[in-house]
Design a protein around this ligand. Structure first.
Ligand code: DC
Length: 223
């Protein structure tokens, strides 16, 4: 299938910037498919842990990425038929994902899997390199950011609301480390694509961010 005509909205940005929530809501509003690319890295890191594959074993991780049965259904990700659940949502899972994401062959192994999500009527996707590497021809590219303090605060609130013990200073430190690793790696680092529109949500609600993205997408449509 020639997929070039299928519109993609690529939303990139640092950890805990709210891009996942915004992307999922934009997808819902437009009736588009949604790809949470970070969940692929999280799921792979989680599966590696269970298979006893070290997080720096590049060939082992590539082989695993090629054979792993990964499916999204109703907002849940299934790993070999089993819902991954909260196991891939923890801070530890995010750190492990960020580590394997530095390996170029691992990124390459996940590339086609990500592109396969581009199906009619359209795709909204979020990650670090959606607009720069995976979907460079995306119809709309958004670089969504918020100050690291605001992001740490949001993550802290989220964890407390879920009844999970959390330490704000620790979260702030973890986010700074993850930002540095994601932005400074050689392979597909987190960076704003030259043609991405900047959306700073530090002082913005999720709803305002969703409306802004929908408006930008609408502006780009043929009149
Ligand atoms: O978006 P997230 O926090 O779920 O992503 C977890 C990690 O996966 C992130 O720290 C870096 C990596 N990642 C990536 O390198 N490229 C992507 N497109 C998405 C995530």
């Amino acid at each position: 299938m020639n997929t070039a005509a299928i519109p993609v909205i690529a939303i990139d940005g640092p950890s805990a910037s709210g891009k996942g929530t915004v992307a999922a809501r934009v997808a819902q509003a437009l009736g588009f498919h949604y790809l949470d690319s970070g969940a692929l890295y999280r799921a792979l890191a989680n599966a590696a842990g269970r298979a006893g594959i070290a997080l720096d074993d590049e060939p082992g991780l590539v082989a695993l990425a090629q054979r792993l049965d990964l499916r999204f259904e109703g907002g849940e990700i299934y790993l070999d038929g089993v819902p991954a659940g909260d196991a891939i949502r923890s801070e530890e899972a995010g750190r492990a994902a960020s580590r394997i994401a530095t390996l170029p062959a691992v990124r390459q192994a996940l590339l086609e899997r990500q592109r396969a999500f581009r199906r009619p009527p359209g795709l909204v996707t979020d990650g670090r390199d959606m607009g720069t590497v995976v979907f460079p021809d995306a119809r709309l590219k958004v670089y969504l950011e918020a100050s690291v303090e605001e992001r740490a605060h949001r993550r802290y609130k989220q964890l407390i609301e879920k009844g999970i013990d959390a330490n704000l200073q620790q979260i702030l430190q973890d986010l700074r480390e993850r930002d540095a690793r994601d932005a400074n790696r050689a392979a597909a680092p987190l960076q704003r694509a030259a043609d991405a529109r900047l959306l700073d949500t530090t002082c913005m609600s999720i709803e305002e961010a969703v409306q802004t993205v929908l408006q930008w997408f609408g502006e780009g449509l043929p009149q």
